[in-house]
Design a protein around this ligand. Sequence first.
Ligand code: YCP
Ligand code: CO
Length: 287
Amino acid sequence: MASKIIGRLSMDEDSLQADLEAISRFPLLQEVYPEFGVGSWKNHSLWNKSGDYLDMQVQDSTTPAKVTALGAQLPYVSKILHESFDMTYLRSVRARNLVDGFVFPHKDFVELSMNKNHYLRVFVPLENNPCAYHSDEHSVFQMKKGEIWQLDASIVHAAANFSTNSRVHLCLDFQFHEEVPPLESIFLNQETTTDLAKPTTPTRAPFEGLDNLVNKLSKSISSETLFDMLAELAGIHFQHEVGVADCYDWLILAAEKSGREQIIHQCKKLKTFMIEHRSFNEQFSYQ
Ligand code: YCP
Ligand code: CO
């Protein structure tokens, strides 16, 4: 299913700014998923299973999320959540700020125990950034303040911020015992689901020069260059008409052209890890 706008939210600017300032002062923590992105991608855990903000892993949970010491510093975010959402099945809330970088194309939930139909991911953008994008297998789109999005993280998706300006979004994860119910059930007030905005979808240019690109990559592809190559290729689909996951096939093609078995194998493993399956706690090593 394509990601879509599922609700709207009007926010009080002054209160929001106070929380955004608090977020900007949060401690710099070590990213638990470093292989999934390039640039600055901060993930602060505001509500989670244990209530400990150092617990940053995406994990199964069947109990209501507990506020962390970071979430407790955000009175306005807390107010928005409590007033707008039924928090019974809410399992985690993170503040995510992607700056000057990409979240590489990947699928989520593949390492968790339940079928993907039990998980629901919702985004609440807290800042507008005209240089920031999301994408999935169907389109490229920009989330705007005031919109509430369902991001289908069970299909391949990615994110970008081509600027050095902040882009803070809230990421809400719900998990249901049964399959995800009709979406209205996560909202306390049904007005939230009316008069929805039209999504902002940038136009993309045709992509030319794939053969040249693959040729060029094949000359220097190795485990030392793989991360940088992915970082270069992962952003192309935001501006050009190619698929969100094509970059993995381009790397495989380049590796095959190089004729070296080890890098061919590593590129195939990278694609599997990102968009097919991986186990809980599994990490990918580029080197
Ligand atoms: C998440 N899951 O859902 C992470 C992102 C891949 C694993 C990176 O936030
Ligand atoms: Co994701």
